[in-house]
Write a protein that binds this ligand. Structure first.
Ligand code: NAD
Length: 492
């Protein structure tokens, strides 16, 4: 499949990748995928049912129980994973364009997270698989114990639409490295790009059933979560869905990791260098048109420099170029869908009806009547207890709240049901680190915020359970087994 900025409706993908083949869906449901910036059709995608999920899980189960993957050496798996990485890298530019057209992500960000990162993750976990000791013999009171790590088994991976390729690979790569097999259920909002993973897996010669892909909605997703032949669920999405999935996994005593929503704070300290802060605003507070789980959409500003901060953020937001996400000069593309647009406009309306002061944006941009665009919007004087400061908006809307002293800044940052991202802005790195250590979030930046794929990533509180990325994520896909054996048995 070749996708260019010129092509429009050549992307019909109506088969699922199951057991190493492109197979016809059991049901008849399809969906027209629309381009976020133009509302024009991009292509038609099949939507899977419970029966498709069942076929995919059974293929993954067979591949795990009978196939070569779980029993292959780490070096053998790493070789296949590197071929998979090469096949994805060869498609990286086209994949990035496709995702930008699907969900509105600015192209530079899409190149990094959808074009380059998936292949990079496969290579990183292939290297880790080769170096991870899988067995260790320990002296025990009655002999020796062999502590083994073995693959968890069949993994159900469920992903959202905002970073579809990298979020899928954050699950697939460590799972494959550990020797697991996978059923991926991508989100219907980004129905087309998931197929690229199947094309690349087929080209790389992944054994049949090792990776299976069924694009489907939440009912089919629920069927994957509760399927009796699945061993572990790896979920990224909203906290609301995470609660339902976590409860079901609890009932089934099924392993699960949950990467959920956020409402993170950017703490601007009173010694901030405002130019540094403004330079970091895009990645920290507005990344991906605000459709990033870690965006720091609550800006906490010291009262001593409050007006300066509000003015700088408002000026920045007012100058952001909104438009076609494929244009490299555009910093803010459209939202993913009409539903998301309505949701974000609803929150803006809430802000307008509150005591907050609108200082930038506040609606749809003039001159862009097609496409789900929203102006970068800034509300100042926001009480942290307001809904616009407590609920995840998932659009380019930020609030500014004043505080007095570092203790109050930390208290306000932590006054959230979420604990995912955050940042501290200061001329004194040591002071910034000291504040960062007091914020209860899974990740936090000092004077910049950009995800590091080599470090554990995830949330505290209602932002989730468990961590992805970094060497640590391999542990999500491995089980310990302790084999008690007398010393003479081991010698034999
Ligand atoms: P969503 O929860 O509506 O859907 C996510 C995925 O889960 C989709 O594939 C959907 O079909 C599926 N799903 C929904 N309900 C399900 C259920 N009951 N059982 C099984 N599957 C179900 O989220 P979304 O709107 O697609 O994505 C945006 C959300 O994702 C935001 O809240 C954002 O913060 C979060 N997110 C979190 C991270 C993170 O790493 N913490 C990263 C990206 C996005």
């Amino acid at each position: 499949m070749s996708v260019t900025a010129e092509s429009t409706t050549d992307l019909n993908r109506t088969r699922f990748y199951i057991d190493g083949q492109w197979v016809a869906p059991r049901g008849t449901e399809t969906q027209v995928a629309l381009e976020a910036a133009t509302e024009r059709p991009l292509g038609v995608a099949a939507l899977g049912t419970e029966t498709d999920i069942d076929a995919a899980v059974r293929a993954a189960r067979r591949a795990f129980d009978e196939g070569p993957w779980g029993r292959a050496t780490a070096a053998e798996r790493a070789t296949v994973m590197r071929r998979f990485a090469d096949a994805l890298a060869a498609r990286g530019g086209d994949t990035a364009v496709l995702v930008s057209r699907e969900n509105g992500m600015p192209i530079a960000l899409s190149n990094a997270f959808n074009g380059d990162a998936p292949a990079g993750l496969l290579r990183m976990y292939a290297d880790l698989a080769e170096t991870l000791p899988l067995e260790e013999v320990r002296p025990s009171p009655s002999g020796s114990t062999v502590v083994r790590r073995q693959p968890v088994g069949v993994v159900g991976a469920i992903t959202p639409w905002n970073y579809p390729q990298v979020l899928a690979m954050m699950k697939i790569a460590p799972a494959l490295a550990a020797g697991c097999t996978v059923v991926l259920k991508p989100s219907p909002e980004t129905a087309l790009d998931g197929y690229v993973l199947g094309d690349a897996a087929a080209e790389a010669g992944l054994p049949p059933g090792v990776l299976n892909i069924v694009v489907a909605g939440r009912e089919a997703g629920a069927a994957l979560v509760s399927h009796p032949l699945v061993d572990k669920i790896a979920f990224t999405g909203s906290t609301a869905a995470g609660r339902v999935i976590g409860a079901e996994c609890g009932r089934l005593i099924r392993r699960c990791t949950l990467e959920l929503g956020g409402k993170s704070a950017a703490i601007v300290l009173d010694d901030v260098d405002l130019d540094t802060f403004v330079a970091g605003l895009d990645n920290a507070c507005f990344q991906n048109n605000g459709q990033t789980c870690t965006v720091q959409s609550r800006i906490l500003a010291p009262r001593s420099r409050y007006d300066e901060v509000v003015e700088a953020v408002a000026r920045y937001a007012g100058n952001v170029t909104v438009g076609d996400p494929l244009d490299p000069d555009v910093a803010c593309g459209p939202l993913v869908s009409k539903a998301q647009l309505d949701r974000v406009l609803g929150y803006i309306d809430l802000g307008l009806r509150s005591d907050a002061r609108l200082v930038a944006g506040g609606g749809r941009p003039a001159g862009l009547s097609r496409g789900w665009f929203v102006q970068p919007t800034v509300f100042a004087d926001v009480d942290n207890r307001e809904r616009i400061a407590q609920e995840e908006i998932f659009g380019p809307v930020v609030t500014v709240t004043p505080y007095d002293g570092d203790d109050e800044a930390v208290r306000l940052a932590n006054d959230s049901e979420y604990g995912l991202g955050g940042s501290v802005w200061t001329s004194d790195e040591e002071r910034g680190l000291a504040v960062a250590r007091r914020v209860r979030t899974g990740t936090i930046g000092v004077n910049y915020y950009l995800q590091d794929l080599g470090a554990p990533f995830g949330g505290m509180k209602s932002s989730g359970i468990g961590r992805e990325l970094g060497p640590e994520a391999l542990g999500n896909y491995l089980e310990f087994q302790s084999v008690y054996a007398s010393a003479d048995q081991l010698d034999r």
